[in-house]
Design a protein around this ligand. Structure first.
Ligand code: F6P
Ligand code: MN
Length: 456
């Protein structure tokens, strides 16, 4: 067990004095160790390749200065890869971005936690969550320091490839949504609930599509995403969708008398196919009047290879509008309109800090206050789950509410396929039973959860 760090958690330390240790790549052969050793250098190499491939574009746009900037970004990224592979100490950030100070204070704070046996803050010695986040922030720094090509998103092409490779599945989804919206007014409550459950499962399995887990291969959705839902049901380990339904349907019924709005927030994850599933869900929630207000929270910098930022959304919408299939172009036109008039997109810097979410109320008071206005917050994906539960070695049966460690801005639900060895809220024996039949169950994205916390 690890002492809670008062400086980071502040008053939370009073709430809970001991927490399980954080995941770390220290131990050779462990999952964090292997991911940092094998996967992250590949991600950096691919980022360098992307810059190489755009060499002539930089020259055409900016002349010699563009070529020099490309060289500089490549040399900074190569240096970063070397620091990682030789387990060098973390360096403070040197760009002037608004969050640089917070990152540097976080580094100082980790220094204060060091003891005799734990000598440096470095790639293989520090908490895994911190190490991974730090790498993506350093990639961003390399670009920021390489003006005038600072705008360049080294992961853009792989995100776009995922979209193109998932065309068939996207077409099926768009067509399903358009048809559903035509008949939605005539559905009875049971039929509406069936559609709600179906679309949420599509949203869940869409999270298999991240690119950070397998940087060498994109995982497109080729088969029909609707046809496979029944077969995938046994792989949902925690299914609290009924709570979500009860919460939204009761608010809808009482809205006339009591509630004026029902606000749903999406803490988004990956672009490409997963993003389409989020937009389909948001469209459905409004069309069915289960929600009246949608907020999307994206990333403000390129993050964990496939995470969604503002450009990714607008790029996707342009692609859909230009598609020669009517259902896709209709979705593109509608979503563009909603984003101008009713859907709200926000990208707070907190989402790209290394902090676990139990510190949000202190580190990003404004964001916490914003989330408190929500009626339901959907946290998409594996990384969000890790941040929700602090990326700690919890026992499988610890209640989700407890692992959130004081983070309760509003009712929330994690929608995540399992890619790392962190899981709470299972029934006694459930985790051990799956380990017997499928030892890799926590890391392949084959299993998923809808895990809810909040009062109904
Ligand atoms: O896109 P997701 O579902 O958050 O998954 C990203 C996952 O990829 C990894 O970077 C792979 O190690 C995990 O750290 C992270 O949890
Ligand atoms: Mn992601």
């Amino acid at each position: 067990m690890e002492e809670e760090e008062g400086a980071e958690a502040g008053p939370l330390a009073v709430v809970m004095d001991v927490l399980p240790p954080r995941m770390t790549p220290k131990e050779e052969g462990s999952l964090p160790y292997l991911r940092i050793k094998d996967q992250t250098p590949t991600i950096l190499t691919k980022a360098i390749d992307a810059l190489h491939r755009h060499k002539s574009e930089f020259f055409e746009k900016h002349g010699e200065v563009g070529t020099e900037a490309e060289k500089k970004a490549i040399s900074l990224l190569s240096k970063l890869r070397n620091e990682l592979q030789t387990d060098k100490p973390f360096l403070p950030l040197t760009d002037n971005c608004l969050d640089a100070d917070i990152w540097n204070k976080y580094l100082e704070y980790h220094h204060t936690l060091l003891n005799e046996n734990n000598k440096k803050i470095s790639w293989f010695q520090s908490p895994w969550l911190y190490v991974e986040c730090y790498m993506y922030r350093r990639i961003h720094e390399a670009l920021v320091l390489s003006s005038p090509i600072s705008y360049f998103d080294v992961f853009k092409e792989s995100k776009e490839r995922n979209f193109f490779e998932s065309q068939e599945a996207i077409k099926t989804l768009c067509s399903y949504l358009q048809d559903l919206k035509k008949r939605i007014e005539n559905l009875d409550e049971k039929q509406l609930k069936d559609e709600f459950l179906k679309l949420f499962q599509i949203v869940l399995w869409g999270n298999k599509c991240d690119l950070a887990l397998s940087p060498n291969q994109s995982i497109p959705q080729t088969s029909s995403p609707l046809a496979v839902l029944e077969d995938l049901k046994p792989y949902i380990l925690v299914n609290n969708l009924d709570y979500l339904w009860s919460l939204l349907i009761s608010r809808k019924k009482m809205r006339q008398e009591t509630f004026s709005i029902t606000r749903v927030d999406f803490i988004m994850d990956n672009a490409g196919f997963e993003l389409v599933t989020d937009l389909v869900m948001a469209d459905f929630l409004l069309a069915s009047k289960l929600a009246t207000e949608i907020h999307f929270h994206g990333k403000s910098i390129p993050w964990f290879v496939s995470d969604t930022n503002k450009n990714d959304i607008y790029w996707l919408i342009e692609q859909l509008k230009a598609a020669n299939t009517k259902c896709m172009s209709e979705c593109g036109i509608n979503w563009e309109y909603y984003l101008k008039h009713s859907w709200i997109y926000q990208d707070h810097m907190f989402w790209t800090l290394p902090h676990e979410y139990c510190t949000m109320s202190q580190v990003a008071t404004d964001l916490y206050a914003e989330l408190e206005k929500s009626n339901l917050i959907l946290f998409k994906g594996d990384l969000n789950y890790r941040k929700l539960v602090g990326d700690r070695k919890w026992d499988f049966t610890v209640p989700f509410h407890q692992a959130l460690n004081g983070f309760h801005p509003a009712p929330l639900c994690s929608i995540r396929t399992l890619k790392t060895e962190v899981q709470v809220g299972l029934a006694p024996g459930q985790g051990e039973e799956i380990t017997d039949t499928d030892p890799q169950w926590m890391t392949t994205g084959k299993y998923g959860i809808f895990q809810f916390d909040g009062a109904l």
